[in-house]
Design a protein around this ligand. Structure first.
Ligand code: MLT
Length: 404
């Protein structure tokens, strides 16, 4: 008789956004007359920019002709895209990352989940608390997290780094040395950031203790303040300790198109073995490359037109963020984030738990957000709203909340 990977059975409940989806659908079915505004999952709402649509059309036409048709993509990504990424995201910022250190994929979520495969099963992970659930859940599936304490909502073999108001939602170096450190800045879910010198401390620490930082920079395009690093490779020594995950979902609206990439510098080694070689082996074995059409669309993100149009798109969402931030502040809420990230992190009022506030907002204002506790125990009593809605819906949602 076959056996299952029973690590899956250790996972409590369903994936956070599936749980929310089910709750909202049930409410909508019972209340068909209500206009529900969804500011829960961080999914974009603006259409793809014209430069991207043009590139998609052009690539589709190429696929229609025998002379320009493309079959399997190179498994690590087309050179034209890897070069555009290296030039624009790294070289232009003074960072030394070569095109062949970039692995193109169908999105940062898959990479964030899969990257743990190249590490030993007994490596210890450290995560921010609250945290994007993918980092922890995929390590649970791999059997790396020990026993779950359902009362405290923590795993015995995970190092949690609380990110709370007292430390400005920035993790402190852990007392116990981890092997893998997951960091995400600008942060999901709190919308906070750290400065370049704070990130440098993490890089120095990782190099000192022999840990790898898995740095998720999916929200990089939303950085508006000076001194906030756009990539971990702005820090000295990051080439020997950091992997960076990047996405086209939030900067270019590719949540339904699917494109991302992972950077693994060749200096990142365990003894003589480069992590680059392991990830290349894994990619080659398990993946046939992101579609040509989509990689051409990705290339258009770096065109002059693409850059200008996407700057406007990001500004559109950040205008929503400002509206939420200012609106809720004026209504007496304690709010943060929303300046370098499209997420606003607020304290549930009147001592409510995160889920109590979720139900309250859904029922009384027909507004959907994400309960902070879904991201980890230190998220309890907090709540996340996204700026990715339309401006009209954002205004209406905030006005409804203010009227409560
Ligand atoms: C979120 O809402 O946290 C994001 O949509 C997650 C993701 O990008 O997968």
């Amino acid at each position: 008789m076959f056996k299952i990977n029973d690590n899956y059975l250790k996972l409590p409940g369903s994936y956070l956004f599936s749980t929310i989806g089910k709750k909202v659908n049930a409410y909508a079915a019972q209340n068909p007359d209500k206009k529900i505004i969804r500011l829960g999952i961080g999914d974009v709402t603006q259409p793809l920019a014209p430069a991207i649509i043009k590139a998609l059309h052009g690539a589709v036409d190429e696929m229609a002709q025998a002379e320009t048709f493309k079959g399997y993509a190179p498994d690590l990504g087309y050179e034209f895209l890897r070069k555009a990424i290296a030039d624009n995201d790294y070289k232009a910022r003074g960072c030394e990352i070569a095109a062949d250190e970039i692995f193109v994929s169908d999105g940062a979520k898959c990479d964030a989940g899969n990257i743990q495969e190249i590490f030993s099963g007994d490596n210890k992970i450290a995560v921010c608390d609250p945290v994007y659930p993918v980092y922890v859940d995929t390590n649970v599936m791999a059997g790396r997290t020990g026993v779950y304490d359902s009362a405290k909502e923590v795993w015995s073999d995970v190092i949690y780094m609380p990110c709370v108001a007292e430390n400005h939602f920035a993790p402190e170096l852990p007392k116990e040395a981890p092997d893998l450190i997951y960091l995400c800045f600008p942060n999901n879910p709190t919308g906070s950031t750290i400065t370049k010198s704070q990130l440098q401390e993490w890089v120095d620490y990782a190099n000192k203790v022999g840990a790898v930082i898995i740095y998720d920079a999916a929200y990089e395009a939303y950085i508006s303040e000076e001194d906030v690093p756009h990539t971990i490779y702005e820090c000295e020594g990051a080439r020997s300790c950091a992997i960076e995950l990047r996405s086209f979902s939030k900067n270019a609206g590719f949540t339904g198109v699917r494109l991302g990439f992972t950077v693994i510098p060749k200096d990142l080694k365990c003894g003589e073995v480069t992590l680059h070689s392991l990830w290349a082996r894994r990619h080659g074995t398990k993946y046939n490359g992101a579609p040509y059409i989509v990689q051409r669309a990705g290339e258009a993100v770096y065109s002059e037109d693409g850059k200008a149009q996407l700057k406007q798109q990001v500004a559109y969402y950040m205008n929503n963020a400002k509206y939420i931030l200012e609106g809720l502040k004026s209504a007496g809420y304690t709010v943060s984030g929303g300046v370098n990230a499209p997420y606003i992190w607020l304290k549930a009022p009147n001592g409510m738990t995160s889920w109590e506030f979720f139900d309250y907002l859904l029922e009384k204002a027909n507004v959907v957000g994400t309960p902070g506790s879904g991201f980890g125990p230190s998220g309890e009593t907090y709540f996340r709203l996204t700026a990715f809605g339309s401006y009209e819906n954002t205004v209406e949602a905030v006005d409804r909340i203010k009227a409560l």
